[in-house]
Design a binder for this molecule. Structure first.
Ligand SMILES: [Zn+2]
Length: 307
């Protein structure tokens, strides 16, 4: 049995460096000294399907199926198999010493970790967040106890809870200019930490379909109406407990009127006039890259960004 340690502290994940590569620590013993209360839960290792989609550049890629040989190797050459287990650990304090050990912001770890290890770290972060937010029953106030690896039960009234997802939609909207040049709608949201342009996104509201949420968010944030909404792909977004669902759509009507409480700027961009765009870890980038790689018969230098 191979044990993989997903140890986190305040949004940072503990990594093991071997030469130039970083991965989640592996071994029978924990990578650092732990207290009994540090280990949140033990999970089976999630073989390929869900996590492979994250790294896939192909829209709607079918899940990679592992048949008889339930075994694979991550990019660091480490064995990963169905007899692996993951121990999810909430550290009391950041690890500052230990040979080859270092802590890294979970989001930054996408750029250095194997996609499977990153997915595990993300799931661990979500479970730790969920655990710390469900110590007591929402109905009667009594303490909650783990019932399974991913559920808790109230010690008094028996109410069960599972980790809840905050579902968000994100949409790539394109249109043809009068001369036939294709443009994409990009926006800068007030909560973006860097000066890049991304896609319209927002949380799904109660009682809404995903497609309705896409239409509403676009209407609210830009004043535009859209058509031909199609599913593109999805991505766990463990910051702290999200699921991002990506769509493509076409412009139907309207002029851009930005919702200033959400967006500081935005406009239509051609493939030749792209502003800085989000990093590789996001589904926003996958949606944009997918469009950039599509065939484009003509080009135009014009853009119409709203300052
Ligand atoms: Zn209760």
């Amino acid at each position: 049995m191979i044990t993989i340690w997903a140890c986190l502290c305040a949004g940072d994940v503990l990594l093991k460096r071997e030469g130039p590569t970083l991965s989640l620590p592996v071994g029978d013993e924990p990578p650092v000294e732990l207290q009994p209360w540090n280990v949140i839960t033990t999970l089976a290792y999630p073989l390929a399907p869900a996590t492979q989609a994250l790294a896939s550049t192909q829209t709607m890629a079918p899940p990679q199926t592992t048949t008889t040989a339930q075994k694979q190797t991550n990019r660091n050459g480490q064995d990963r198999c169905d007899s692996c287990q993951v121990k999810v650990v909430r550290l009391d304090r950041p690890v500052t010493e230990g040979e080859g050990l270092e802590m890294m912001n979970l989001r930054s770890s996408f750029d250095v970790l194997d996609s499977l290890d990153y997915a595990i770290a993300g799931k661990a972060a979500e479970l730790i967040y969920w655990d710390s937010n469900t110590k007591f029953c929402g109905c009667c106030g009594a303490p909650m106890k783990f019932h399974t690896e991913i559920s808790k039960r109230c010690t008094n009234c028996g109410k069960e809870v599972w980790p809840q997802l905050a579902t968000a939609v994100i949409v790539r909207i394109t249109r043809r200019d009068t001369d036939g040049t294709e443009e994409v709608l990009l926006v800068h949201a007030n909560n973006f930490k860097r000066p890049y342009y991304g896609l319209v996104a927002g949380f799904v509201e109660t009682g809404e379909t995903l497609e309705e949420a896409v239409q509403r968010e676009v209407r609210e944030e830009t004043g535009l109406t859209i058509k031909n909404i199609y599913y593109f792909g999805s991505q766990p977004w463990p910051y702290p407990c999200g699921l991002m669902v990506g769509f493509t759509a076409e412009y139907a009507a309207g002029d851009i009127r930005l919702q200033r409480s959400e967006l500081s700027s935005g406009g239509w961009f051609t493939r030749e006039s792209m502003p800085p765009i989000p990093g590789k870890s996001s589904i926003a980038r996958r949606l944009i890259d997918d469009w950039l790689l599509q065939e484009q018969p003509e080009s135009s230098p014009a853009t119409s960004a709203v300052p």
